[in-house]
Design a protein around this ligand. Structure first.
Ligand code: SAM
Length: 215
């Protein structure tokens, strides 16, 4: 196993079975991200760092005419995802595999490009998150979008709350990417993509998108 896989399996080993229940109150913005996916009929949607498969299941129910794919570096999280996808009876339309966000293969699930790609609370756990962002942007065809939900800079929240939250997130190996908006703007400029960034709940979280124009 790679170092990234070992690190995540160590983190989630005992938590995978309680993950969905315990994260619901504080991984905010995930349902807005799913709602904003709006994939074309027959389109392919890829979640990078799909964890327990919670988002893929919600998204596949919300957008039944699209096809869903996900990968995660952690075998423990993937095993929980496979169990949940089977329980939801979505195996025919939701497929998952193991890969690393930083260097996932050019052909995944037999495909090179995905009309929608998203990260949900994953970039804040990947040390080389800028490489992961660039790799994800490479997987978009013309007209495709890359969506991100994650912890924000919390700058409009009380200082004591920010301090406690940061300390608590650090225990879970989570580092909010305060410079993500700037990095996305730069990437968009270099590639001729459009970039939207929306702060949620006084900066607690954000939802952002990179959109590749149609040719
Ligand atoms: C906080 S969880 C979020 C899971 C899911 N996206 C959600 O919103 O519930 C972060 C996930 O990212 C995965 N992850 C961390 N680093 C990764 C990497 N380099 N490549 C792929 N997945 C990674 C972890 O194993 C974990 O399942």
């Amino acid at each position: 196993m790679t170092e990234a896989a070992l690190r995540m399996d160590r983190m989630y080993g005992w938590q995978a079975s309680i993950y969905d229940f315990t994260r619901r109150p504080y991984l905010l913005g995930r349902d807005q991200l799913i709602e904003s996916l709006c994939p074309p009929n027959g389109g392919r949607v890829l979640e990078i760092g799909c964890g327990t498969g919670r988002n893929l299941i919600h998204a596949a129910r919300r957008w039944p005419k699209a096809h869903f794919f996900g990968f995660d570096v952690s075998p423990i999280m993937l095993s929980k995802a496979r169990e949940s996808i089977a329980k939801a009876d979505l195996e025919s339309n939701v497929r998952v595999t193991q890969a690393d966000a930083v260097n996932f293969p050019a052909i995944l699930f037999g495909e090179e490009l995905f009309q929608r790609v998203y990260f949900s609370y994953t970039l804040s756990m990947i040390p080389d998150w800028t490489a992961a962002l660039e790799r994800a942007a490479d997987a978009l065809p013309p007209g495709g979008s890359l969506l991100i939900a994650d912890f924000g800079d919390q700058r409009d929240l009380p200082a004591w709350f920010r301090f406690v939250l940061r300390r608590w997130l650090a225990m879970f190996d989570v580092t909010p990417r305060n410079d993500l908006e700037g990095v996305m703007q730069k990437l968009a400029g270099e590639r001729g993509y459009n970039c939207d960034f929306h702060r949620l709940y006084r900066g607690y979280a954000f939802i952002a998108a990179l959109r590749r124009p149609k040719d």
